[in-house]
Design a protein around this ligand. Sequence first.
Ligand SMILES: *[C@@H]1O[C@H](CO)[C@@H](O)[C@H](O)[C@H]1NC(C)=O
Ligand SMILES: *[C@@H]1O[C@H](CO)[C@@H](O)[C@H](O)[C@H]1NC(C)=O
Ligand SMILES: *[C@@H]1O[C@H](CO)[C@@H](O)[C@H](O)[C@H]1NC(C)=O
Ligand SMILES: *[C@@H]1O[C@H](CO)[C@@H](O)[C@H](O)[C@H]1NC(C)=O
Ligand SMILES: *[C@@H]1O[C@H](CO)[C@@H](O)[C@H](O)[C@H]1NC(C)=O
Length: 681
Amino acid sequence: MTRHLIVKYRKQTLAIILVFWVFILVNRDGNSVVEEQTSSTIPKLSTIFHGKSSTEQTTVKPLSTDKDFNVFDHRCKIPRTDPFSSDVMSIFKTEKFKECTDEPDLVSVLYDGMQRQYIVHVHESVFADLFPDILKFSCVYYEVLRGANDSLTWRVGPLPFGQNWAVPRHIEGIVVECYELSNRSRILQRDAFSFIQYPDGRNEQQDVKRRRVLPSVIMLGIDSMSQMNFQRTMPLTAQFVRQLGWYEMLGYNKIGDNTLPNVMSLLTGLRSSQWRAQCNIHEPGCFDQFTYLWNHFQDAGYLTAYAEDTPSIDTFHYFTFGFIRKPVDFYLRPFIFMIQNTLNTVKHFGYEYCLGRRQSFRYVFNYCLQLVQRFVHESPKPIFGIFWSNGFSHNDFRGPTSVDRDFVSYLERYKEHGLFDKAVVVLFSDHGQRQGALMSLASSFLEERLPMLHIYLPPWYREQHPEFVQALDWNRRRLSSTFDLHLTLKHLLVLQGQSGLKFNSSCAKCQSLFEPLPVNRSCEDAAIPEHWCTCDSYVQVRISNVLIYWAKTIVYRINEYLASHNYAAKCVRLKLAKLLRAERKQIFDDDGNPVMSSQRIQTFRIKFVTRPNGGLFRATFQTDSQNHVMVQEEFITRLNSYRNESFCVSEHVAQKFCACFEANRTFSIDTINVNDPGTPC
Ligand SMILES: *[C@@H]1O[C@H](CO)[C@@H](O)[C@H](O)[C@H]1NC(C)=O
Ligand SMILES: *[C@@H]1O[C@H](CO)[C@@H](O)[C@H](O)[C@H]1NC(C)=O
Ligand SMILES: *[C@@H]1O[C@H](CO)[C@@H](O)[C@H](O)[C@H]1NC(C)=O
Ligand SMILES: *[C@@H]1O[C@H](CO)[C@@H](O)[C@H](O)[C@H]1NC(C)=O
Ligand SMILES: *[C@@H]1O[C@H](CO)[C@@H](O)[C@H](O)[C@H]1NC(C)=O
């Protein structure tokens, strides 16, 4: 891309903008949007269920709609999607679990329950078998230490240790190195171990009392996992969470595009606009300013833990600086960051899959296992832990198939240690797949917007709170959102007289899932922005000139965004290559008849491709009676990967829009079929 071309683009774009604004003004009154009869699923279903006006539908269908809908309420109808439909199955395959090493462990770690200390054991017989040519070897360790903030991690060592070394209780993680005694540079094996250490100065009597009323809470998260993809790719785990005590929330809808907005809202209860207004997340220290769920639990006397498996893309460090203060009692980040930088890594499904001798998610699950062993099994205390894995699921929707068996065996081990007798467990995700193969299917809209959410209550808690059980059961088929999950977790504490936890004005109609949700709930009530709302029915409309001009307006808004955020010198000006499909939101009166909105505000969603980068986008926007287009940047989302096209910018919104000038790249427009007849938007 030369400077020459750029100038030309700008001129052309400007000319087009002028032309279509003129056109829109001239076309004031022209409602040239024509509805088209189609066989696409959503309009058809909506005709059946809302269509009192249609002649063959004289009675409203009864509420037993398990087959067709996840949610079938007054103001929310979320169609059910078959996880195993033939179009998905044609691109689906099971991936093999990839071992990171076939070498037996030279070093392993045990726990001495009496002394409450970890013991490091060296397997001398393994050494003899593995390295028969070596006479003597030695092992040393490095202690992993967190520095002044998340950006600083220290490695102290090498330090010697003896057989069955009792690890001092201040050490949170070590890297161990064994080498040939006569040749220090011949490393025989390197490994790493994290420790959940017994806290000093704990009031044990208090813990015993608290444990009678306060359930421990373990949250297990898998990034980018829709409820459909979970059933599809992790059948064994899905079967595990069908056992008694588990409740799957089928109407759980995400509230933002990617991980950060969804996880921030879950953890803080704030809307994106609220937490973004508080401070600039791209500046150090911003994330320290919020009150997270773990802070509330800590205040109530819980021990807290937080772990993620992929330091390069994790929630608080993806182009941001994480925390200055250590946010929880047990924080895996320094350890995982250090081992990613000192052990061999192997990429698979796009990210570090192996860190040293094991899969990266295993460090997270082992950390959880230790927490369960220490504080559920051996010495019960209330714990609140979030264990999040993104390495295997983020980029390839098939990736989770490879870890299903391993995942479920971790759940079985947690079970052996009594987790499911005592704790509330939440298996959840932030959103579904946002890019890649699934996005070209008819189900892509729902696939992206319906993350999985499974909530488990242990038997004693179900007995104490039968009303929670009833509510969860009822709420399985109601619309719910990230804000409700936030309140549900707080509800566990409110019960114990923790005041000041009730929700704030940020979402007046959001509520705990332990109370029944109203049947007339709308996305607005649940604080789900329109672009992410799965409740509405849309009907396909013919691509008319006015729609094409609207699409160009959206592309213009993209360029405008880039210019106003000073990216114009870095990013190519985009143009509309093709409008693939357009749909209009249907509005119904109380009797279920489709009507025109009273202010003539209409909502559309479109799918289009841009030049020269081949960006595939979906946008939701409104038009008024003057044909003005109202759109927010947040509601223009990218459906295909921008790979490294956006390497020159680091902000999320800019990344989905920006195709950087630099580097001689061939843009990928040819790889997208711009003649795609257009699966539903
Ligand atoms: C020491 O080990 C390194 C790495 O295995 C090897 O390259 C080197 O030749 C060895 N040196 C001696 C003196 O054996
Ligand atoms: C982390 O702490 C070090 C030492 O105090 C400081 O130099 C650095 O700027 C800090 N970085 C961030 C991102 O806070
Ligand atoms: C509610 O929000 C307001 C402003 O956002 C804040 O000042 C207040 O402290 C919050 N109250 C609670 C109980 O969190
Ligand atoms: C929803 O139902 C509740 C209770 O029946 C009622 O108070 C409320 O006004 C209804 N809301 C709407 C928007 O219809
Ligand atoms: C972008 O990725 C492609 C393919 O992986 C590579 O060939 C190219 O050098 C990368 N460009 C930049 C600017 O990183």
